[in-house]
Design a binder for this molecule. Structure first.
Ligand SMILES: Cc1cc2nc3c(=O)[nH]c(=O)nc-3n(C[C@H](O)[C@H](O)[C@H](O)COP(=O)(O)OP(=O)(O)OC[C@H]3O[C@@H](n4cnc5c(N)ncnc54)[C@H](O)[C@@H]3O)c2cc1C
Length: 446
């Protein structure tokens, strides 16, 4: 039997993008998935959350519609109907991936893969391909808190299937996923409390911008430096600033982060270097075993779908010998979704200074944009830019406000291509748009 050029384990945004690119390049590709095509991103992550968030945001907007001249009977929210919309969206995209795989002549195999050196098996089927890409993703981290894994305590997967908003919700973990669900349910009228262990949420982000984000939160009580001891039935026992307290909530969500899924059978025996933090890879996504690559969440390098897809492209380019592409980790944008969004790319002012880089910074509220103001009114928002004081190179862009995740790609372009302020201000941005604010903020730096 002819052996395939490439076997990919896992069909999330890492695996299916790798399969598509490799198939398009003429490689014979087998893509193995034990669940649904699309992985966590499409089935229980990025997409279902955004479908529900869209419904919640629309409902929330309708509540103040009279101010915008739209008079209608009081809006009611039907979470079961929103769930149906979510499923329809997910179904369309999963089918779309099946179509893409067919077009790229990728053979999709349903089943659980295991590894034995450079041989991959699913049941009695085995392949010894020239190259292997491991893209097995990540799973929710369960903190060692008594009661955290009890029936009734929700994970991010389970909270996606509720048919009615709870009256109250305790969220353990103020990370990207925890704050997204907090925002979603707060918009639906749930009384939300977030308990975060660290002194500050989003320690990777610019503190000025995080401050604006916190001021924008509505319907969410945020408790930081909070140590949770136990969960019993509907009560969370915790300590905040040395004071012990109990929090009662109808539903409890544990959102304590994600861990690389390194349980692939045969991974260790095959000699592939890994730890609980992920499979070790270089900047071309190569593991220590020649011809074996790892991409996406399983590497522990980044827990974003777009990063997984970029890692896929870099790995496939290495396999087909197309250039010597490398991951440029600092140019990967990140975003926190919700009623207010937070997005960033590049170095924060603090990070730049700690590296001894001289910087100049500027800040501008997004309400400086007439379009933003017309659509959102007055409220906390900001754009902050960080620029190299001597060369004028754009080092970092951070945004907080409605819809800012749609704007951050321009920052990744600037940072990926090492653009300078003059390169950006020499470009024309359309008016009136919110994107103008990024250009205007950069032009404040002289
Ligand atoms: C609630 C939530 C919201 C999120 N929102 C966003 C967002 O808005 N934006 C963003 O960029 N990221 C978001 N993420 C993160 C994003 O989903 C992940 O970064 C992304 O899915 C990682 O892609 P991946 O290809 O590495 O792995 P995954 O998507 O996890 O896919 C891995 C696949 O491998 C399969 N697999 C594992 N082991 C085997 C095996 N032995 N055999 C066969 N198949 C196997 C799994 O079934 C799975 O389908 C979110 C995550 C969650 C949980």
């Amino acid at each position: 039997m002819n052996q395939p050029d490439l076997v990919i384990i896992g069909a999330g945004p890492g695996g299916y993008v790798a399969a598509e690119r490799a198939g398009e390049a003429g490689l014979s590709v087998i893509l193995i998935e034990e669940n649904e095509l699309g992985g966590v991103c499409l089935n229980e992550g990025c997409i279902p959350t955004k479908a529900l968030l869209h419904s919640a945001k629309t409902y929330h907007k309708l509540k103040s519609s009279a101010e915008h001249g739209i008079v209608c009977p009081p809006a009611a929210f039907d979470l079961a109907a929103a769930q149906a919309w979510k499923q329809k969206t997910v179904g369309t995209l999963v089918n779309g991936i099946a179509g893409l795989m067919k077009k790229a002549k990728v053979t999709v195999v349903k089943g659980r893969a295991s590894l034995d050196g450079k041989t991959v098996s699913v049941g009695s089927d085995t392949w010894t391909p020239k190259n292997i890409i491991i893209a097995t993703g990540s799973s929710s981290f369960m903190p060692p808190i008594p009661g955290a894994d009890a029936a009734g305590v929700l994970t991010s997967r389970q909270i996606l299937t509720l048919s009615a908003p709870p009256k109250s919700l305790a969220v353990l973990g103020g990370g990207v996923i925890g704050m997204e669900f907090a925002s979603l349910y707060a918009m639906l009228g749930t009384e939300v409390t977030v308990l975060e262990m660290l002194p500050e949420i989003f320690p990777f982000a610019d503190p000025d911008v995080v401050g604006v984000y916190k001021r924008s939160l509505s319907g969410i009580t945020l408790k930081t430096s909070c140590k949770v001891f136990s969960i019993e039935k509907s009560t969370v026992a915790f300590e905040e600033a040395g004071v012990k307290a109990d929090l009662k909530a109808e539903k409890i969500l544990v959102a304590a982060g994600r861990r690389p899924r390194i349980g692939l059978e045969g991974l260790g025996a095959s000699g592939i270097e890994h730890s609980p933090k992920g499979i070790r890879v270089d900047d071309r996504m190569r593991t220590n075993l020649p011809g074996v690559y790892a991409i996406g969440d399983v590497t522990g390098r980044s827990f974003y779908a777009h990063a997984a897809s970029r890692m896929a492209e870099v790995a496939v380019h290495d396999i087909i010998g197309k250039g010597k592409e490398k991951m440029r980790w600092h140019a990967i944008p990140w975003a926190v979704f919700g009623q207010t969004e937070l997005a960033g790319c590049g170095l924060t002012e603090t990070e730049a200074k700690s590296k001894g880089i001289p910087v100049k910074t500027a800040k501008l509220p997004l309400t400086a944009s007439g379009k933003y103001l017309a659509e959102n009114g007055v409220g906390p928002s900001v754009c902050k830019t960080v620029v190299h004081a001597e060369t004028g190179a754009v080092l970092g862009v951070f945004l907080c406000g409605a819809g800012v995740a749609e704007l951050i790609h321009s920052a990744s372009l600037m940072i990926e291509h090492e653009l300078r302020v003059a390169d950006v201000t020499g470009c024309v941005y359309p008016h009136p748009t919110v994107s103008e604010t990024v250009r205007d903020c950069l032009s404040l730096i002289r």
